[in-house]
Design a protein around this ligand. Sequence first.
Ligand code: NI
Length: 227
Amino acid sequence: MLVCVPDVLSKADVSDFRRIMDAAEWEDGRSTAGAQSALVKKNEQLPPNSDVARALGNRVLSALAANPSFISAAIPLHIFPPLFNRYGGGHHFGIHVDNAIRGDHLTGMRIRTDLSVTLFLCEPDEYDGGELIVEDYYGSHEVKLPAGHLVLYPATSLHMVTPVTRGQRVASFFWLQSMVRDSHARSMIYDLDNTIQVLVERLGREDPETVKLTGIYHNLIRYWAEV
Ligand code: NI
């Protein structure tokens, strides 16, 4: 399941991020790639342990913590410190799967990557190409979102970023371990939550069946969650 979450960062936040990132030192994107993905990766990123990356990463984490749609879709247990990349002319990232386990040297955090996230930090009209292509059982999905929006997709998916032919594609990317490991269970919980929100709008929070469904929602999380 691919989930897009709008307005995680405001346009003002995005401009501030871009101003800070433009002034920072960048390095070859292969420093965080696994053996297979290093062969097909050509982009730049902020050094993951740099003060700039950590400070901006913390701002992303705060924005995520305040976003109910993100929490509902991801049910996050641990979120890896966000990384930042950019693709200029000719840069691309060929087809690959992200590493199953990610360790962070600074915090000692080690997570199983259940979900991959791309948070777009530029508008679609700033660049040509640079689509994120995610493959699943239903085919190939092309993602290019407005600045400040993010996409969540299963980290088990083969995915790629097509070559950028004009301008720059700037993004933050990271992984997370969900409390609900099984992606089918997670999508059913997400669908249920969205349906409950619609019923709450229509019938009110006091409606007895809405209360029961809310109970079922929490009981399913209780049944499936690992914390
Ligand atoms: Ni990847």
